[in-house]
Every structure is written in structure tokens, then in C-alpha cells.
Write a protein that binds this ligand. Structure first.
Ligand code: ZN
Length: 376
């Protein structure tokens, strides 16, 4: 089967994150078993009661044991939703050297390239173990990969995390953290401010402090990134009930993207300190900080054998990604991780997402050579 035919079959299976991924996992398990991989399912029930499955497929484990997988290839099985008016979302369509369909770029192209590459390899020739990892729920917070890292099915040495990078190896990525902050005040008629305390004025004071924190953090630089520092954003603010009522409550979201070396709760600790400082002048200042997602940043050395191999075989120097990936979960398994795959992230998550056919074929070649280089 060609890589294009495989991609057509993968795109034909609707695997939007809200649905169970059992169907695509069955397909992947059958393909892997047919080539001699030993598969393992890691099922779980998501927050909406839907069954999700992480799938691992191992080959050559008899040589190095379960505890030292030499190379892991990772692809997420889920996709973002598609517009019902996009009639060809599940039907891979070729135009101008591009293949269009939901997930064609993100990230079924990488999975199709992986399946094609393993079918070109004689697994009996492996001298080191190879694992394929197919995860659930990447698009809603890398949830499947995090669960798999918690289950820790094996230790790994090198991991290629499939994502559309136009075949540029990405060896580092910023972390992604979110918190919701609720500032409380006391409602009163706005004609009598002395009877109340404005939650909005209080939130404004805190946000001004946060802006100062963001400004200070610009001095902690990592030049590989664009921009080369942590970024901080207050994306949503809601507060008050009417123009003539002193606001009793004000909530805002705080989002920050760490660079490697910064702990994910670093900003929260600075915010807590700012709150304590504000309380010195305003003892009634009440503020709740509800920490949400806290995805670690990741960085693999430019000297890593995997980075060098992917740079040489793709002809692209390594870079960094600004979007969240499953790489930190692979690092939790001990791996040096690189994000890499065909297609451009800028067309992912859009109606009409596509993968260029030449990049798809090139990815097959590179993954095949990666298996030969690291496992044979
Ligand atoms: Zn993706």
C-alpha cells in the first residue's frame, strides 16, 4: 500500500477528539500486528465518559528489554473538529501536489509515513528496540500522552514526535500554563464608594503588577526562541454587574509560556507575592488563584544524535516551536525528543488543511533511515 493510500484510509476514519478513537486504534493495531509488532492498548475514559485508547507497538524489545526502547515514533490519533460544509474533510483529495483532508497535515501524514516506513523494514533485522506510540486527545491538551507518561510503559532513548513542522527538526518548545484569578470586592451603590470595595479596581492594580512581572521576565532570555523570553497574557477579563454598582467580583485568565529552565509555577509564585504586597495597603484584598494547565517546556541539546540525524537527513537546521506538543511526555520517559513531520502547522486546524505530497514521501524516507540508523 502506498503512503497516499494509507493516508486516505486514516483520513477516512473520523477521529475528532470528542469521539472515541477506538476505530482508528483498531486500524493502527491491525497494521502494526501485520508487520510483526507487539501491541498494547492503554484505554481510559475521558471527562465526558467516552472511551479513549493510547496504543503502543513494540518490535525488537527482546534485544534491549522493555526498559530501553532505542527509538520511539509518536503520532496523535485525534484531530480538531471540521466544518460540516467541508464535504471532503474525510475524503483525501489531491490537488496541485497537495493532499487535502481533516488531519491530512495534523498529524495523520506523519502516521501514514510511519506505517509505510515500518513496512519497508525487515523487523527481524532490528538490533535495538523500536516503539510506535499512537495517542488520544492531543488536540485538547496532550491528555493521552500525559497519561501514557504516567503509566510509564517503557524508558526511551530517542523520540520523534510527529507534528507538522515542514520537516524541520524542532528540538525545543515553550511550556504552556494557564490560571484563572478571581478578585473579590464588596458591592455597593456607586454613589457611595465608601460603602463598598471595587473588585475591578483591585484587579486592575494586580494586572498592572503582572505587566511589570512580564516586563522583568524579558531579561531571562533564551535566544533560540521567538520571542526569546517567557510571554504573559491576560486574555479574558470579566467583572461587575452594572455601571452604577461597585463591582463585587472580577475574574481574569492568566496565560504564560515558559522557556526551558523556568518552572511552570514560577509566574504564579510572583503573582502570589504581588498579592501579598497589595494586601499590605489593602488588608481586604481577597484573591483566589486557580491554577489550570501547566505543560512543561522542553529542550533537547543541539548535539543530540537524533537532532543531528534529522538535520542532516532533512537538510534543515533545527528550530523551536511555539505550540504545545507531546514532547515533554516523551522526555518524561527519558527520551531526547524532537518534534518533526510533514506539512505546515499554519495550515493545520483550518478547513482545507493539506500536506504536500513531496514532504509526505520525504518523511517516509527519513523515518525509514532513522529506524535503520538507530535500531539496526
Ligand atoms: Zn498535532
Amino acid at each position: 500500500m502506498t503512503v497516499e493510500q494509507t493516508l486516505a484510509e486514516l483520513v477516512g476514519i473520523d477521529s475528532v477528539s470528542s469521539r472515541s478513537n477506538a476505530e482508528i486504534v483498531s486500524y493502527l493495531a491491525a497494521r502494526c500486528e501485520a508487520t510483526g509488532f507487539k501491541i498494547n492498548r492503554f484505554p481510559f475514559i475521558d471527562d465526558y465518559g467516552v472511551e479513549k485508547i493510547n496504543l503502543t507497538a513494540l518490535a525488537g524489545a527482546e534485544f534491549s528489554g522493555l526498559h530501553a526502547i532505542e527509538l520511539v515514533l509518536v503520532g496523535h490519533t485525534d484531530t480538531v473538529p471540521y466544518d460540516p460544509n467541508w464535504t471532503e474533510a474525510l475524503q483525501l483529495t489531491e490537488r496541485d501536489g497537495k493532499l487535502f483532508g481533516r488531519g491530512a497535515c495534523d498529524t495523520k501524514a506523519f502516521i501514514a509515513a510511519t506505517l509505510t516506513a515500518i513496512e519497508m523494514i525487515d523487523l527481524t533485522q532490528l538490533k535495538q528496540s523500536l516503539a510506535l506510540v499512537f495517542t488520544a486527545d492531543e488536540e485538547i491538551g496532550c491528555l493521552g500522552a500525559k497519561r501514557l507518561a504516567d503509566a510509564h510503559p517503557f524508558n526511551a532513548r530517542y523520540a520523534i514526535v510527529g507534528e507538522p513542522t515542514s520537516l524541520q527538526p524542532m528540538r525545543a518548545g515553550k511550556g504552556y500554563c494557564v490560571a484563572e484569578i478571581t478578585v473579590r470586592g464588596r458591592e455597593a451603590h456607586s454613589a457611595y464608594p465608601q460603602l463598598g470595595a471595587s473588585a475591578i479596581f483591585r484587579a486592575a492594580r494586580l494586572i498592572e503588577r503582572i505587566e511589570g512581572i512580564a516586563e522583568e521576565l524579558k531579561n531571562d532570555r533564551r535566544d533560540a526562541f521567538d520571542p526569546p523570553h517567557m510571554t504573559v497574557n491576560v486574555g479574558i477579563i470579566k467583572g461587575g454587574t452594572a455601571k452604577n454598582i461597585i463591582a463585587g467580583e472580577c475574574r481574569f485568565t492568566l496565560e504564560w509560556r515558559t522557556i526551558p529552565g523556568q518552572e511552570s509555577d514560577y509566574v504564579l509564585n510572583l503573582v502570589r507575592r504581588a498579592v501579598e504586597d497589595l494586601q499590605k495597603h489593602d488588608p481586604d484584598f481577597v484573591c483566589e488563584i486557580d491554577a489550570g494547565r501547566a505543560d512543561q517546556s522542553f529542550e533537547t541539546s543541539g548535539d543530540s544524535q537524533l537532532v543531528r540525524f534529522l538535520e542532516e537527513s532533512s537538510g534543515n537546521t533545527s528550530g523551536t516551536v511555539a505550540f504545545g506538543t507531546e514532547a515533554p511526555s516523551m522526555i518524561a520517559l527519558g527520551a531526547e525528543a524532537v518534534v518533526f513531520g510533514p506539512g505546515d502547522i499554519r495550515v493545520a486546524h483550518q478547513t482545507g488543511e493539506f500536506v504536500p505530497i513531496d514532504q509526505l514521501n520525504e518523511c517516509v524516507r527519513i523515518l525509514r533511515h532513522a529506524i535503520e540508523r538507530f535500531c539496526m
